[in-house]
Ligand binder design. Structure first.
Ligand code: GRF
Length: 212
């Protein structure tokens, strides 16, 4: 009986790390099997996500783009960091830096991102964090949600893995809506998508991600 390979996960974070926490918890509770988070990298030294990783005994480091001459050098540093740790899957969890070609080419269909809307709505340049929910309310849509997708060289443009819809209520503020999207959608579909990947149940066919 071959020992099933443990999927080695690297995380990229910038903020509070609630998505990272849910992924760590899902692994600890057995919802995601055969996986472990081996390293967490933030572009911001003050990101609480780094604290969450340290509390769980996971390597947590800060790599700040401004310390690199070129963006390509930052990209190369990320590739080196994750390759040295034999990372199989990179999860961007609230990461606010647009990754470059170098990382995407080094990890083809091995980088996931969570976006707090139903892509292709309310995504792309300028749509991140609370701004997404402000735009949703501004536009007056009745349904929003979250999307997990593979990362390509665009912004929020890679093949979609999972989505979940969340209702927009008349009395919602952007903050209330953001919390509902995180609780009812993000924190559920991200661990689920990673679990499917860890079990080898995802196949990318062009723009489509199939369950196998
Ligand atoms: C979340 O809304 C997530 O969708 C977006 O960043 C926000 C903060 O995420 N990508 P986290 O709490 O840092 O995981």
């Amino acid at each position: 009986m071959s020992r099933e390979k443990i999927l080695r996960i690297g995380a990229l974070v910038s903020g509070g790390g609630t998505n990272l926490q849910k992924i760590i918890d899902a692994i600890d509770e057995g919802q995601i099997s055969h996986a472990e988070v081996v390293t967490v990298v933030s572009n911001k030294p003050e990101a609480y996500a780094l604290e969450r990783a340290e509390l769980r005994g996971i390597e947590a480091i800060c790599l700040q783009p401004k310390l690199f001459e070129e963006r390509s050098a930052y990209d190369e540093a990320l590739v080196k960091h994750f390759k040295e740790r034999q990372v199989d899957l990179i999860v961007m969890a609230g990461f606010l830096v647009v990754v470059g070609q170098g990382l995407v080419e080094a990890f083809p269909n091995q980088i996931m991102n969570i976006h707090p809307s139903l892509i292709p709505a309310f995504c792309g340049d300028g749509y991140y964090g609370i701004r997404v929910h402000q735009a949703v309310l501004q536009h007056g849509v009745k349904v929003t949600g979250a999307t997990v997708h593979f990362v390509d060289v665009g912004t929020d443009t890679g093949p979609i893995i999972l989505q979940k819809a969340v209702e927009v209520r008349d009395d919602d503020t952007a903050e209330v809506l953001q919390q509902r999207v995180m609780e009812e959608a993000e924190w559920e579909i991200y661990p689920r998508a990673i679990g499917l990947f860890a079990q080898g149940k995802l196949r990318v066919e062009g723009r489509n991600v199939r369950r196998i």
